[in-house]
Ligand binder design. Structure first.
Ligand code: SF4
Ligand code: F3S
Length: 394
């Protein structure tokens, strides 16, 4: 725990919200005080191990490491945003995700939940940067406006750009949570009146872990933080610096409606019989074949559902600059090279079944389609060389 008058503003500021300023530093004691049993804590560790694709044997290792770990300081910077990622994190449906994450870290600065305000709050941020240099975790939520010298978003008279330039290079790790912090998100979408950009673009040379999603899934964020705390390292990242555990597979390849896609059963109109029966949403614009994310397995709302299960196509909200590159959201994907986008694996399968020897060929064709779809997805969402959105494809 930190001492001193100013120091209490951060910690006590946050925790006073729930009246827990005397919280024990020991993790299990703190969780107990919040009504979280050891069994629930181990369930949380199991969820984290599963999300990180670690073997079941690692659950005990994670639990032990988290219990022994000093609570590092976290500062959460909020700029051009809707606070959706804070909401996603703090209101996570899983009963223990928010509780455990709140207790694993010493949340010293978070405008949305801290009681301290004004110069006292800003003094906390300054102190963390000076005294916790190289040790604290910085989370950025929201885009960074660069137009009008940053005047579109200022805090305490300083622009968002000034603040992240001071805070993030001094952090142990910087995490951009959500689409706006990652690539500028909705704020940056055309015509981008405030000239907003994402965190890593604003901080050349600073390594930023990008948690895509609009909002990012709290379970993934918890898994990232758990990995960092338990193993002292960040998990493997992809070309966009997103955690591979969340982006290794296409949504389409994990989707529970995939059998309908393969069999050519599609929703053709909202509310039609196919919609009622839970058919594939590809004809309604679903971007699952082009998007990677672990939505189908991690899900939302206490792991009960996700957009496609709820009957809406995926709009690829965890993909690079999806607002510009994946809209219009209700139009079918453009043609996959070599096969028309309308030619489904099911259609291909049906054509081949009559002429070619069964399952082996079908599997080979299916794999070829998937490779082509994936190649198309990779090309479409490759990090842009220029700052321009991809041209809309009809
Ligand atoms: Fe699922 Fe969408 Fe793929 Fe259909 S197109 S199987 S709804 S991800
Ligand atoms: Fe986003 Fe698609 Fe999941 S829209 S929440 S990645 S299903």
């Amino acid at each position: 725990m930190h001492g001193g008058e100013d120091r209490n503003v951060g910690n006590a500021g946050v925790w006073n919200v729930e009246g827990e300023e005397n919280m024990e530093s020991n993790l299990m004691e703190a969780l107990k005080a919040r009504g979280i049993s050891r069994r629930e804590f181990l369930r949380f560790c199991g969820l984290m191990a599963g999300t990180l694709a670690l073997p079941a044997g690692s659950i005990g290792q994670i639990a032990k490491a988290l219990e022994a770990r000093r609570r590092p300081v976290l500062v959460w910077l909020e700029f051009q945003d809707c606070a959706g990622n804070s909401e996603s994190m703090l209101r996570s449906g899983h009963p223990t995700v928010a509780d455990v994450v709140l207790n694993l870290l010493s949340w010293e600065y978070h405008e949305l939940i801290m009681a301290g305000a004004g110069t006292r709050a800003e003094a906390v941020l300054k102190r963390v940067v000076e005294e916790e240099k190289g040790k604290f975790i910085a989370v950025v939520e929201g885009a960074i406006p660069t137009g009008a010298d940053g005047a579109y978003c200022t805090i305490g008279g300083r622009s968002a750009l000034d603040i992240i330039r001071e805070v993030c290079p001094n952090a142990a790790i910087t995490v951009a949570m959500g689409s706006c912090a990652w690539d500028g998100g909705f704020v940056r979408s055309a015509p981008n009146p405030t000239k907003a950009i994402g965190t890593s673009e604003a901080l050349p040379g600073v390594r930023v872990v990008n948690m895509g999603g609009c909002p990012a899934n709290a379970v993934n964020m918890a898994a990232l933080l758990t990995h960092y705390l338990a193993f002292n390292s960040i998990p493997e990242l992809d070309a966009y610096n997103r955690p591979l555990f969340a982006h290794a597979n296409l949504i389409h390849d994990q989707c529970e409606k995939r059998a309908n896609y393969d069999a050519g059963r599609f929703v053709e109109e909202w509310g039609d019989e196919g919609h009622v029966k839970g058919y594939c949403l590809y004809h309604m614009g679903c971007k699952g074949p082009e998007a990677t994310y672990n939505c189908p397995t991690v899900r939302w709302n206490d792991q009960t559902s996700w957009p496609v299960k709820a009957g809406h196509g995926c709009i690829a909200c965890a993909s690079y600059r999806f607002w510009d590159k994946m809209s219009p959201f209700y139009k079918r994907l453009p043609s996959v090279p070599g096969f028309g986008a309308d030619v489904t694996a099911g259609n291909i399968g049906a054509a081949f079944l009559g002429a070619v020897a069964g399952a082996t060929a079908l599997h080979a064709v299916g794999s070829a389609v998937r490779r082509r779809v994936r190649a198309g997805a990779d090309a479409r969402t490759k990090p842009a060389k220029k700052d321009e959105p991809r041209e809309k494809e009809e």
